[in-house]
Design a protein around this ligand. Structure first.
Ligand SMILES: [Zn+2]
Length: 339
């Protein structure tokens, strides 16, 4: 019986040594050491042995069991380490591989201009006011002193929603809302989207952006308007930039002026950008019409104000030398990535 056990041990140790996987090792454990395993089945015959033989065989059987267990355990460690090595080898990182390219988005040129202009005016003490894109006819035209027969009121120029609402044609209704609702003095700019019934071409888009400014208080003068705009264009286009105010007519301001700046490309000498004139028109402005103040509940005998407005697309096209407004809204990344 002792010989049987020792033969079994030798056979088992050889099998364990040759095991290729942990699963295989596990099945060897069951085969030799399990409840129905080979050692157990040999020990079942112990009953046939004499009282002297029994402890001797029991001792051998335990030694065999221990030898097999420790052999299985050390083989198991060996196999584990091997598997880990294989895994590491298969997951090795190739540091020479090109990395993933992260595409970082950027602001649309229109947003860039709005941000830049807003920042300049905030530096001058203005705050930002916003309003709805669907406006009342009252806020968009009537309160702004637009004559009932003003051409901009035509169906062919304005998108009407119904008999009272329209898509705002300018950001000026934000000024009306501010004057009606805020306390004086007022010092705001209002950037935003506007809509007009225009067929798209190189310089027209039915959707476009404006930035308007409004200052209302006691003793607000045209000199302050000029000083504010001079300061603004110098910050936007450079310190050497000069302004030129040309008389104009807007229903909501009196007097009104269009504002030109010296061409920032040629400095005023004349070039294709300024059509050889040396000046570029960028703004409309003026002193707020007394009727507009009155319409908004402000007494023009006590208070005065100035306002100005500019087209964001025009500024973007000038600054980035874009020759077609439609490029700004086609969302072609090849175009937009340039800015
Ligand atoms: Zn020029």
């Amino acid at each position: 019986m002792q010989e049987k056990l020792l033969n079994l041990q030798e056979a088992a140790l050889n099998e364990i040594k040759d095991a290729q996987s942990i699963e295989q090792l596990e099945s060897l454990r069951v085969k030799y050491l399990g409840k129905k395993g080979e050692i157990t089945s040999i020990l079942k015959e112990m009953g046939k042995l004499s009282a002297e033989e029994r402890p001797v065989i029991g001792k051998v059987a335990n030694e065999v069991r221990e030898a097999l267990e420790s052999s299985i355990n050390s083989k198991k460690e060996e196999l584990k380490a091997l598997e880990q090595q294989k895994q590491l080898a298969s997951e090795v990182i190739d540091v020479t591989m090109p990395g993933k390219v992260f595409t970082v988005g950027k602001k649309h040129p229109i947003t860039q201009i709005i941000d830049e202009v807003t920042e300049i005016f905030m530096g001058l003490g203005f705050s930002v006011a916003e309003g709805p894109e669907v406006e009342t006819i009252e806020n968009n035209f009537d309160a702004l002193n637009a004559p009932k027969d003003h051409p901009s009121r035509d169906m062919s120029d304005t998108f009407y929603v119904n008999s009272e609402l329209l898509l705002r044609t300018q950001t000026s209704p934000v000024q009306v809302r501010t004057m009606k609702n805020e306390e004086l003095p007022i010092k705001v700019i209002s950037p935003g989207r506007c809509f007009r019934y225009d067929s798209p071409d190189a310089t027209h888009s039915p959707m476009f952006h404006q930035i308007e400014g409004l200052v209302v208080g006691k003793d607000v003068t045209m000199a302050q308007l000029k000083g504010t705009l001079d300061n603004f264009v110098q910050k936007l286009f450079g310190d050497a930039t000069k302004t030129k105010f040309r008389p104009h007519n807007f229903p909501f301001t009196e007097p009104s002026a269009e504002v030109d700046v010296t061409c920032f490309k040629c400095g005023g000498d004349g070039c294709p950008m300024c059509k050889q004139e040396g000046w570029i028109e960028i703004l409309g402005s003026g002193m707020v019409h007394p009727n507009v103040l009155r319409n908004c509940g402000i007494d023009p005998e006590i208070y005065s104000g100035f306002a100005f407005g500019m087209g964001v697309e025009r500024l973007a096209m000038l600054k980035y030398e874009i020759d077609d407004i439609r490029l700004l809204f086609e969302n072609d990344m090849r175009f937009l990535n340039q800015f």
